[in-house]
Design a protein around this ligand. Structure first.
Ligand SMILES: NC(=O)C1=CN([C@@H]2O[C@H](COP(=O)(O)OP(=O)(O)OC[C@H]3O[C@@H](n4cnc5c(N)ncnc54)[C@H](OP(=O)(O)O)[C@@H]3O)[C@@H](O)[C@H]2O)C=CC1
Ligand SMILES: O=C1OC[C@@H](O)[C@H](O)[C@H]1O
Length: 493
């Protein structure tokens, strides 16, 4: 009963957070368009952030902008998107335009010296992502004071549940992973922006952004290759996928029998039984020595086997994160560890496959969740009703203010996600999406990668696949959380 009350209260507060007084010099945001997502992703989260004021909105139709401003308590309406960029009182812009317009408006915003919170997927393809996220404007800040910050709204990676989930994942040891995301069949209209190729629509762009990002974090790198991608078209344009299923090979496998395979699937018209976005991870067997009690068991087995045998304990870990995209509403992280005490065979027996005899198996399972960083025993602001977007806003503001950011989604992350999406479209024999850009920008853009040999060459020379420093911090932090949970579980038993 108490749990149900807590759930109902949290879910109500997500959309109705307590409002806080604003600091003397808050960051003033402008919103480019009256998009459906703007209230959840910025306007509501801003209410509980003392340093954020949503100051101005513009829409193509001024009466729509006015009505939107009235409904959401936005004090100013600008006549055009450009007027927001030209407004010297505005520090940051939020861009929730259709995908195909992200590049143009993000570049214009950076040129105007604004910090940019950009909706996902960042742009149309990886070449465009490189043009945006490696733009000289980000290094210099152009003619303006400080270099601007740009963040693609990968909101789910900012939530503590993601950090909690990752604390159970060891990227180099991941053997396989699968991420899925569904949109219920009634949600999108037939003419939704997601079905329009000219606006860089497609399920891989939209749902593939989340699922590809999730498996990249799980494997700790971008994939080497998309082995296969199946799609089904939407009814508006055959180039715009409504459903996809893609399989990738990740680096670090040991040959054909132990490849590291990641799979993603998404559907804009999912049936009712497919509504929860999940990530499933399976690790390869890893020798463990540090779980309490295991050492003693190993010594006893060795003794029983006459002292000569090579005995070791391996752990095969499976982790399932349910509702990884919107964990604030409800989520669960299930960890299932199978332990095997193995004896490595020697002499002629070693020629057998596998060259080990399993002496004993046992399991340890636990289910956990984290709505705040406090739930993980970490000192970081947050409340159970903070949506992923609110956690994201916290870090965005920290970065703009020059403070430490504990979670981040960097430009190279955005580029790598677009590479994953490009690889999948290429494998599906569908054209890459191309953004609408100004003539000036078009000249600077390289051609999108279409050919797989071009991609392979690039991957070999691209050193950007390894983890960024931010991720290493996150993993250290994750490890501490895992140890803490283990201690708590031990105390309970
Ligand atoms: N982070 C998240 O959880 C989510 C992110 N998104 C992302 O946000 C973006 C917007 O999605 P969503 O809010 O669902 O979309 P909407 O269709 O509701 O909003 C898009 C806005 O773009 C404006 N627009 C400008 N030019 C065009 C054009 N040529 N055709 C259509 N619209 C145009 C319209 O603005 P105007 O008001 O000026 O008429 C419209 O309000 C997408 O990139 C999507 O991937 C979407 C949902 C969830
Ligand atoms: O970003 C999004 O969130 C999940 C989906 O429901 C939606 O289509 C998408 O745009």
């Amino acid at each position: 009963m108490t749990a149900l009350f807590g759930l109902a209260r949290r879910n109500w507060q997500i959309s109705n957070p307590p409002e806080v007084p604003k600091s003397p010099k808050p960051l003033r945001f402008g919103v480019l368009s009256a998009a459906d997502i703007a209230p959840s992703a910025l306007i509501v989260p801003s209410k509980s952030h003392p340093e954020v004021v949503v100051q101005v909105i513009a829409a193509r139709d001024p009466s729509k902008a006015k009505a939107f401003a009235q409904k959401h308590g936005i004090p100013e309406v600008a006549a055009t998107y450009q007027d927001i960029l030209d407004n010297q009182n505005i520090d940051c812009v939020y861009i929730p335009l259709p995908n195909g317009l992200h590049l143009k408006w993000a570049l214009r915003a950076l040129e105007a010296g604004k910090h940019v919170l950009l909706e996902k997927p960042s742009v149309g393809n990886a070449a465009e992502a490189r043009a945006l996220f490696r733009s000289p404007l980000l290094a210099s800040g152009g003619p303006h004071r400080t270099p601007p910050v740009i963040l693609e709204a990968a909101h789910f990676v900012f939530h503590p549940a993601w950090a909690a989930f990752m604390s159970f994942v060891s990227p180099p040891d991941v053997a396989s992973a699968r991420a899925t995301l569904w949109v219920p069949r009634w949600r999108l209209g037939a003419d939704d922006i997601r079905y329009r190729y000219e606006l860089a629509g497609g399920a891989l762009m939209d749902l593939g952004f989340y699922t590809a990002t999730a498996i990249m974090r799980v494997f700790g790198s971008v994939a080497e290759e998309c082995i296969e991608c199946k799609t089904e078209p939407g009814s508006m344009d055959a180039r715009c996928d409504r459903w996809f299923k893609a399989r990738y090979r990740f680096p670090g496998g040991d040959g054909p029998n132990s490849e590291r395979i990641g799979e993603i699937e998404g559907d804009f018209k999912a049936p009712l039984d497919r509504i929860s976005p999940d990530v499933h991870v399976v690790h390869r067997p890893v020798v463990v020595t540090d779980d309490s009690g295991l050492e003693a068991d190993i010594s006893a087995e060795v003794e029983r086997a006459g002292g000569a045998a090579k005995v070791e304990v391996v752990r095969i870990r499976k982790v399932k994160f349910t509702t990884f995209v919107q964990p604030t509403y409800m989520h669960s992280i299930e960890v299932d560890d199978e332990y095997q005490m193995r004896q490595r065979l020697e002499g002629p027996a070693a020629a057998l496959q596998p060259a080990v005899a399993v002496l004993k198996t046992w399991r340890k399972s636990k289910t956990t969740k984290a709505y705040t960083f406090r739930d993980m025993g970490a000192e970081q602001p947050g409340e159970p009703y903070w949506a992923t977007y609110r956690y994201q806003l916290e870090q965005f503001v920290n970065r703009v203010r020059g403070r430490e950011t504990r979670q981040w989604f960097g430009g190279e992350d955005s580029i790598n996600t677009m590479r994953m999406i490009d690889m999948a479209y290429t494998a599906a024999k569908l054209p890459l999406r191309v953004s609408e850009v100004d003539k000036k920008t078009e000249e600077k853009l390289e051609k999108p990668e279409q050919k797989s040999d071009q991609k392979a060459a690039e991957m070999k020379s691209d050193k950007k696949t390894e983890l960024k420093p931010d991720r290493r911090v996150e993993q250290k932090f994750d490890k501490q959380f895992e140890q803490k949970l283990d201690r708590r579980a031990e105390q309970r038993t």
